[in-house]
Design a protein around this ligand. Structure first.
Ligand SMILES: Cc1cc2nc3c(=O)[nH]c(=O)nc-3n(C[C@H](O)[C@H](O)[C@H](O)COP(=O)(O)O)c2cc1C
Length: 141
């Protein structure tokens, strides 16, 4: 099975509470486990960044459902490539909130605060991958 990796950014339709986020995660983890999808979801009000990895057909099917979810909009693909291995093999969906402080840890990413748009994230794909990497071994809930 060849693994593909897809990373996108989106804007939450409204402010997400921890309960909202836990609800998304509960369903995502169950379905991803069945679909052999792994990944990481990051939230910084109002943005989501999500990495999904798995078999290309399952990944595309799952992403087509996620894209239509009314809880977020302005979905923009940042990265879609075949991957030599999974970056998040241990998470059916890891989760963390990224804070402004995290942006400062990555060269050039603090400029995001001057231009907080999904387009900025699409233009900064390498930096977004570094940001996801920061959370590789961390999970909030
Ligand atoms: C930001 C966000 C991330 C999501 N991530 C996933 C995911 O990784 N896997 C998944 O199956 N569903 C994910 N969902 C939920 C799906 O959009 C959808 O609600 C869920 O798969 C429901 O499936 P069902 O129609 O089979 O009940 C996500 C939703 C949002 C808003």
């Amino acid at each position: 099975m060849s693994i593909w990796s897809l990373v996108y950014a989106s804007v939450a339709s409204r402010k997400m509470t921890d309960t909202d986020l836990k609800q998304i995660l509960q369903v995502s983890r169950r379905k991803n486990q069945d679909n052999l999808i792994t990944g990481m979801l990051l939230y910084m009000d109002p943005f989501f960044i999500q990495a999904l990895e798995g078999d290309i057909s399952t990944l595309e099917h799952s992403f087509s459902i996620i894209k239509q979810d009314p809880r977020h909009e302005k979905i923009s693909i940042i990265y879609k490539q075949p991957a030599s291995e999974r970056i998040f093999p241990e998470w059916s969906m890891g989760f963390n909130k990224f804070e402004q402080a995290h942006l400062g840890q990555i060269e050039g990413l603090s400029d995001f605060l001057q231009r907080p748009t999904t387009e900025f994230l699409v233009d900064s794909s390498n930096r977004v991958l570094q940001l996801l990497n920061l959370f590789r071994r961390e999970i909030l809930f």
